[in-house]
Design a protein around this ligand. Structure first.
Ligand code: HEC
Length: 174
């Protein structure tokens, strides 16, 4: 019995564990200086490197955004911002510290808040359109056209666009 347990733990240790940013925005610290260097957005997939129960060391992989040098995106076409650094261009696979309680292993849980916000905001006039009804490159125009109807500011618009692109018919997290 115990042997099986050790074997199971060993297998878990071999696989880099994927977790997700679990708050609308989470401050990223540089591991050595512990200075705040930027923010990671909700639902961003991260590789867990270590976790002492208070702070977790994570790696975030992505693509540099062509239009905005401070942003790393999930898709090479620039969809779904993962993180934004204040003063430097992010590494395509950067290591950061975040509070342990700002991570979850459950992808759905990590995206739940923005999903609820989307359905609240966008289903008052018509049934909410599901993210998978369109491709990632189509959503921004549809949602921008609804901005005045929905009375949302640019930041909340970007939050919804990010969710719809992540779960679009060709989205990276669908
Ligand atoms: C105040 C009412 C209202 C709200 C709130 C609203 N919509 Fe709409 N939406 C409409 C109307 C009216 C139409 C159909 C006419 C049109 O296309 O302009 C529409 C059409 C659409 C379409 C279909 C467009 C097409 O050409 O097939 C999409 C997609 C859409 N809305 C998405 C959204 C999203 C996303 C939100 C939230 C950000 C939203 N709507 C919030 C009124 C609303």
């Amino acid at each position: 019995m115990r042997k099986i347990l050790y074997l199971a733990l060993f297998c878990i240790a071999l696989n880099a564990k994927t977790m997700y940013i679990y708050d609308e925005k989470v401050t990223l610290l540089e591991p050595n200086s512990k200075k705040s260097v930027g923010i990671a957005y909700e639902g961003t997939p991260v590789e867990l490197i270590s976790n002492d129960g208070k702070m977790a060391t994570i790696k975030i992989n992505g693509f540099l955004n062509k239009d905005n040098k401070s942003i790393l995106s999930l898709s090479k076409d620039g969809f779904v911002s993962l993180l934004k650094l204040y003063n430097t261009t992010p590494s395509q696979s950067g290591i950061y510290l975040v509070p342990s309680d700002k991570l979850t292993a459950n992808k759905d849980e990590a995206w739940d808040e923005v999903k609820l916000y989307y359905y609240d905001t966008c289903s008052t006039c018509h049934a909410a359109h599901k993210p998978k009804e369109h491709q990632a490159n189509e959503w921004e125009a549809y949602i921008a056209a609804m901005q005045d109807f929905a009375k949302i500011d640019d930041e909340n618009l970007a939050r919804i666009v990010r969710f719809m692109q992540a779960f679009a018919s060709d989205g990276d997290l669908r």
